[in-house]
Design a protein around this ligand. Structure first.
Ligand code: TLP
Length: 344
């Protein structure tokens, strides 16, 4: 059976142009700085995020980990949203490998951390306490249903960080989605962060790799941390080549994913037994809820898969669906028809 797979935008496959670019990529030893394809992708990534330099790494998780290891010493503390990917889904890497403590503050439904909550979480200069060092933000926000942080909000957090001599890391796995949805250039959203990570795959089809971007000095130090976690990949230009195609060809089409997600949410809101507010869907992520008493989210996803559509349960009665390259408007209508069958 050919599934309509909405479990994640990480499931996308490389385009033909990517496969051709990968097959003919010029490569060299990247740990020696000699892979021309990686050098080109890094220069493009720095330029697209408005940063001085960038570094190619194996995954979004490694991008965030290396950023935290570069910013923090053992015993430092990060201030991070309770629903942040870094906190929930990265296997506690910063604490396991870096001895970095984390202080969670609630994510508001719009993905922000309340400025008062951030300020209240900053530690006094007291030997009993860890040292507050880094604020972590996420844009778009995965578990806040793809909500976007605005450049105005980033500016406010920057002012607060400067007041307390803190740094900011932005998990921008989907920051290109945020820029497209808000109609701004990516640097407007990344300018206020000291470092930003973004993923090549999320909705954009490149198979492997993420980028860490920041000042030239930050990236110079981050290269050592990447080596520590075994992330020096030598002739990795064969995979970076697909990332170049993703940046060149796959960004503007993200608007189609957002329109498809909105249509999915509208259809879901008309389906008895399902709760969702389509007005909250800003990008390519839809999180909806089953009313109590009908099916569990696991049962719903299992039955939906029997009808050829995959989605993922995300705790309680909630289910997550993501649109991405390869999902067309027709697929959304087919998915809604399958959902209607499951719910009756
Ligand atoms: N997110 C994946 C899963 O890990 C949950 C998904 O399906 O959404 N930051 C954010 C905001 C992410 O959503 C992800 C991937 C990552 C980092 C990690 O990227 P990878 O999977 O490349 O390590």
């Amino acid at each position: 059976m050919q599934f309509i797979d909405l479990r994640s935008d990480t499931v996308t496959l490389p385009t033909q142009a990517m496969r051709e670019a990968m097959a003919s990529a010029e490569v060299g030893d990247d740990v020696m700085g000699e892979d021309p394809t990686i050098n080109r992708l890094e220069a493009m990534a720095a330029e697209r995020t408005g940063k001085e330099a960038a570094m190619f790494v194996a995954s979004g998780t490694m991008a965030n980990l290396v950023s935290l290891l570069t910013h923090c010493r053992r015993g430092d503390e990060t201030i991070v949203g309770g629903r942040a990917h870094i906190f929930l889904f990265e296997a506690g890497g910063a604490s396991t490998l870096g001895g970095i403590h984390s202080r969670q503050v609630p994510n508001q439904p719009d993905a922000t951390l309340d400025l008062a909550d951030i300020e209240a979480a900053i530690r006094p200069d007291d030997p009993h306490c860890p040292r507050s060092r880094l604020i972590c933000l996420e844009n778009t926000h995965n578990r806040c249903g793809g909500a976007c942080l605005t450049s105005d909000y980033m500016h406010q957090v920057r002012s607060l960080a400067d007041k307390h001599q803190l740094l900011i890391h932005l998990d921008g796995a989907r920051v290109f989605n945020a820029a497209v949805a808000l109609g701004v250039d990516v640097p407007e959203l990344t300018h206020h962060a000291d470092s930003v990570s973004f993923c090549r795959a999320q909705g954009r089809s490149a198979p492997v790799g993420s980028l860490v971007c920041g000042s030239a000095d930050f990236i110079r130090r981050a290269r050592r941390e990447r080596k520590v976690v075994g992330g020096g990949m030598r002739q990795a230009g064969v995979i970076a080549a697909a990332g170049i195609v993703a940046l060149e060809q796959m960004v503007s089409r993200l608007a189609d994913d957002h329109a498809n997600a909105r249509r999915l949410a509208e259809g879901l809101s008309d389906t008895p037994g399902i709760r969702v507010d389509p007005g909250r869907v800003q990008t390519n992520i839809v999180i909806f809820e089953l009313e109590e008493g009908a099916l569990t989210s696991e049962e719903f996803c299992q039955r939906l898969a029997d009808h050829g559509v995959k989605m993922g349960p995300v705790g309680g009665q909630q289910i997550r669906a993501l649109t991405h390259y390869g999902i067309e408007a027709d697929h959304i209508e087919q998915a809604l028809a399958a959902i209607a069958r499951v719910m009756t």
